[in-house]
Every structure is written in C-alpha cells, then in structure tokens.
Write a protein that binds this ligand. Sequence first.
Ligand code: HEC
Ligand code: HEC
Length: 204
Amino acid sequence: MMRTAAALATLLASLVLLAQTARAEGDVERGEALAYTCFGCHGIEGYRNAYPSYRVPKLGGQKAAYLVVALKGYRAGTRQHPTMNGQAESLSDQEIEDVAAYLATRGTGTVEAGGTPDAAFDGAATCVACHGANGISASPMWPTLAGQHEEYLVHALNQYRNGERQDPVMSQMAAPLTDQDVAALAKYFAGLDGLETTKPAEGE
Ligand code: HEC
Ligand code: HEC
C-alpha cells in the first residue's frame, strides 16, 4: 500500500514537472515585438470598439495567466470577437505566452500597490471571493476588474448572461443578475484604482 502511494506520488511529481515544461516561460522581448499591433487599439486611451460600441478593455496590470486564458479562448473560438479571433489565430502557444509576459510588465504599479484601500460594496459580496475586495483578483487565472472600463464590464457581464461568452463559473455568477445589478457592479469595480491603458515604453 505504502509503496503504491509512493509510486503515485512520484508519478504525480513527474507529471507536474512535465506540465511546467509544457507551459514555456514567456519571452518579454519577443512579446514586445508582437504587442506592437495590439497598441493600435489597447494603447489608445478610451478607444472604442465600433459595433457594438464599448471601450476596448484595459490590459495594463491585468494578470498574465488570465491574458493567456483570454487569448487562447479567442483562438479556440470559445470567446467570440472578430478582431480578437483574428489576432489570436495568428499566435502560437509560445507567442501567446510572450505577448502576455510583455503586457504584464506594462502595468504602472497601481495594481501592485494594492489599489483602493478599504473598498467595499455589499452588492459585490459574492464577487470579491475571487475578484478581490479591491477588485484586484486573488488568483493569476482570474481577471482583475478594478479600474476596467465600466462599459466593457457591462458588456462582459451581459455576454455571460446571454450565453455569448461562456465560462463554467461566470455563467453561473451572472445568470441571476438584473440589469440594475450589472450597472451597479460595473460602476463599482470601474471606480476602483487598478487597471490602466497599456502603452508601449517611452521612446519605442
Ligand atoms: C482592432 C482593435 C484591437 C486589436 C488590434 C487588438 N485588440 Fe484585443 N481586444 C479588442 C476588443 C474590442 C476587445 C474586447 C472583445 C470582447 O468583447 O470580447 C479585446 C479584448 C482583448 C483581451 C481580453 C481582455 C479581457 O479583459 O478579457 C485581450 C487579452 C486582448 N484583447 C489582447 C490583445 C492582444 C495581445 C493583441 C495584439 C496581439 C490585441 N488584443 C489586439 C480590440 C483589439
Ligand atoms: C469563483 C470565482 C469567481 C466569482 C465568485 C466571480 N467571478 Fe467573475 N470571473 C471569474 C473567472 C475565472 C473569470 C474569467 C472567465 C473567462 O475566462 O471568461 C471571470 C470573469 C469576470 C469578468 C470578465 C472580465 C474581463 O476582463 O473580461 C467580469 C466582468 C466578472 N468576472 C465579474 C464578476 C462579478 C460582478 C461577480 C459577482 C457577481 C463575479 N465576477 C464573481 C471568477 C469568478
């Protein structure tokens, strides 16, 4: 019995190692070159998606692991947006890691500094378990919401509600929300210190 458990533990340990090797580290320099096209939309303060009209999401300070999840979702088509599907389809797994690693270096410190102190909103009590009391998420896999564009948050929550965007967790979380809840939650999270519009480094 003990021997089987030990063998299993060894097997699991090697699987973890394999998984780590499979998920290569992002290369910030290569990511910088790849991110050039992204700034055409994500680097312009308040830039709007044409139709439906809402502000292009801020990426500065966003969790790198979530950026990878999002880009892979667009590439696989589980998340639908014509431009982003096109952008992501041209990227390999390694390039997705590279661009996410680079974008993660372009936050300007608000998220790292901890955002708005003592933020609280009763209506968001169920959300903060994952997205953080300050809207700064507790896991690298979950998006930070603090400081995101209000209109984009409304758009994202409505997409979960109407099934255009699907996620095992968020589809459940958004289902019971009313239009008023969505408006109040988006306003709350957007009003917190956090994400910023990503810009290329000065002089580049
Ligand atoms: C033509 C404009 C445009 C370009 C160029 C563009 N994006 Fe986007 N991006 C958008 C829009 C609009 C959305 C929101 C789409 C939606 O509603 O799902 C988005 C969403 C995203 C998201 C999801 C953010 C979130 O909070 O879930 C990521 C990550 C992203 N883009 C990364 C990139 C990267 C990396 C590049 C360059 C390789 C890029 N984008 C190029 C317009 C653009
Ligand atoms: C159990 C953890 C969990 C809880 C609780 C939770 N979320 Fe999420 N949320 C996630 C994950 C994971 C994602 C990314 C899903 C995806 O890839 O589409 C997400 C995505 C989102 C997004 C999209 C962000 C973006 O950048 O596109 C919004 C908006 C959001 N959540 C709002 C909320 C609100 C409001 C609540 C409370 C009513 C809530 N969430 C509760 C885990 C959670």
